[in-house]
Write a protein that binds this ligand. Structure first.
Ligand SMILES: [Ca+2]
Ligand SMILES: [Ca+2]
Length: 170
């Protein structure tokens, strides 16, 4: 700080005192820290939002893939729950219950082509028969004409979201 005397006894201060400068620097530090913290939180929230959007997309791909298939095998009907013996790869699966306990990692699209751009994500599919009167109650394999398909999306082996729907064998 420098004192400037304009006329006679009146003097005025030029610049800042050391305390004022230190206080301003401290205040600036607090503001920068707050901005950095909020930016970090926003980035994390944005990243999780993108993962959730990807998960919803992968559920839709699974649903569309299974929607084109009959609920039971066209040839063996209800003889086999799960894939039939001659269906040695998921490319040969031709009914919904073939996909029971199947995990696609990397996930697949509607045509069952691997989507390597989503490595780290996985689609886990379970198929269970449910009671015809109470669709929330599971039933023995092939004992009813209704199955509940559940697709769970995992990110780095951690479940993110899950969706179920009912398919009828009609
Ligand atoms: Ca089959
Ligand atoms: Ca089957």
């Amino acid at each position: 700080m420098r004192l400037t005397c304009l006329s006679g006894r009146r003097c005025k201060k030029d610049g800042f005192t050391l305390v004022e400068a230190l206080f301003a620097a401290m205040l600036l530090g607090v503001v920068i820290a707050a901005l950095a913290a909020s930016s970090g939180a926003f980035t994390m929230a944005n990243g999780y939002g993108m993962d959730l959007s990807t998960a919803e997309f992968l559920i839709e791909e699974s649903r569309d893939m299974l929607a084109t298939l009959p609920a039971v095998d066209p040839e063996t009907q209800k003889d086999v729950f799960g894939h039939e013996a001659d269906e040695t790869s998921t490319a040969l699966y031709d009914d919904v219950d073939d996909f029971h306990n199947v995990v696609f990692s990397p996930p697949v699209d509607i045509s069952r082509a691997a989507m390597n751009e989503f490595a780290g994500f996985a689609q886990q599919i379970t198929v269970q028969n449910v009671d015809a009167v109470n669709l929330t109650a599971t039933a023995a394999d092939h004992s009813t004409d209704f199955v509940r398909v559940t697709v769970t999306i995992l990110r780095n082996n951690v479940p993110m979201t899950s969706t179920s729907w009912i398919r009828a064998n009609y």
